[in-house]
Design a protein around this ligand. Structure first.
Ligand code: 13P
Ligand code: SF4
Length: 306
């Protein structure tokens, strides 16, 4: 089937079957174009919690679809490609967290949304890259176990007086952006501002003008008077930025910043997901209930505008 025909079929089936399509900012262009809502992890979880449709097709990675499922009990949540996981989310398991916590009695666990539902269920509160500092600040206690991203943990540590003890996880896409990439792009585009994601290393963040979540980047791209911006995150976001700001130029800080898992979903898989209602993401009720507590606590905290 030609892609125009697939797009028409998707839009027919969406209406017939009462489905909403949510997509992360890193999805490929053709998937972003059929989505009803595109956003960052915080925006997507808030959206998932409020949708009226009975079925959510979640174009992102596994932990995001799990979060949507936890926040939308009774709804069907589908991930078009079951192998789309997040390697960073798999860097800590619930049993590893349980063991680790024993070494720090009295401290609180703040988990990045990039974790499995089982890990969220073992945590006190969840955060995303838009609100990590606010979440840590509003958590009781002076010692915080921050999982799984050591880079986001170190970013938070620089913005709070609390003691942050990070787990040793990282995102390979952001960790691979190097100071030399930023310096090379700055010399190629001397007028440009540099925006990077807080999952980048502290050395890269130090060379940037701003550290922003993907949702904040999208918003800032519309608001800034700058016409050239170097973007230090997964390059899928540049499709959206160019589409929404045709008079501005966006350059990847590192050309090969691809999240292979985010790229596993395409138009054909979205259509198959709609036709066959695959792959259903379900979280066992006892885990879902505990994980929901950590996520809802985050949603109630002011900070990290969508
Ligand atoms: P955002 O919440 O900024 O969209 O980040 C999600 C993610 O997976 C970054 O790699
Ligand atoms: Fe996970 Fe990194 Fe991909 Fe985000 S970009 S989903 S953190 S691997």
């Amino acid at each position: 089937m030609k892609s125009e025909d697939i797009v028409i079929r998707i839009s027919q089936l969406k209406k017939e079957k009462n489905v909403i399509i949510l997509a992360h900012n890193y999805q490929i262009g053709e998937v972003q174009d059929v989505a009803d809502y595109i956003g960052d992890s915080l925006g997507l979880s808030q959206k998932a919690a409020e949708v009226r449709e009975e079925v959510i097709i979640f174009c992102g990675v596994h932990f995001m679809a799990e979060t949507a499922s936890i926040l939308s009990p009774g709804k069907i949540v589908l991930l078009p490609e079951i192998r789309a996981g997040c390697p960073m989310a798999d860097m800590i398991t619930a049993s590893e967290l349980r063991e680790w916590k024993k070494n720090y009695p009295g401290s609180k666990v703040v988990c990045y949304v990039n974790t499995t539902a089982e890990v969220k269920a073992e945590s006190d509160v969840c955060c995303t890259s838009s609100n990590a500092v606010e979440v840590v600040e509003s958590t009781d206690g002076d010692e915080i176990l921050f999982i799984p991203d050591k880079n986001l943990g170190s970013y938070v540590a620089r913005h709070t007086k609390k003691k942050i003890i990070p787990w040793d996880g990282y995102c390979y896409v952001h960790n691979n952006i190097l100071p030399k990439d930023i310096m090379e792009k700055r010399s190629l585009y001397p007028e440009a501002e540099v925006w990077v994601h807080p999952e980048c290393t502290p050395e890269v963040i130090d060379l940037a003008d701003k550290a922003l979540s993907t949702g904040q980047m999208v918003r800032e791209a519309k608001e800034t008077r700058k016409r050239e911006i170097i973007i230090g995150t997964e390059t899928g976001i540049i499709y959206r930025m160019k589409k929404e700001n045709p008079n501005k130029n966006f350059y990847p800080a590192r050309d090969a910043s691809f999240c292979l898992n985010m790229k596993k979903i395409n138009l054909n898989k979205v259509l198959r997901s709609l036709e066959e209602f695959i792959y259903k993401i379900e979280v066992p009720p006892e885990i879902s209930q505990k994980a929901r507590g950590a996520i809802e606590k985050m949603i109630k905290i002011k900070g990290g505008k969508r």
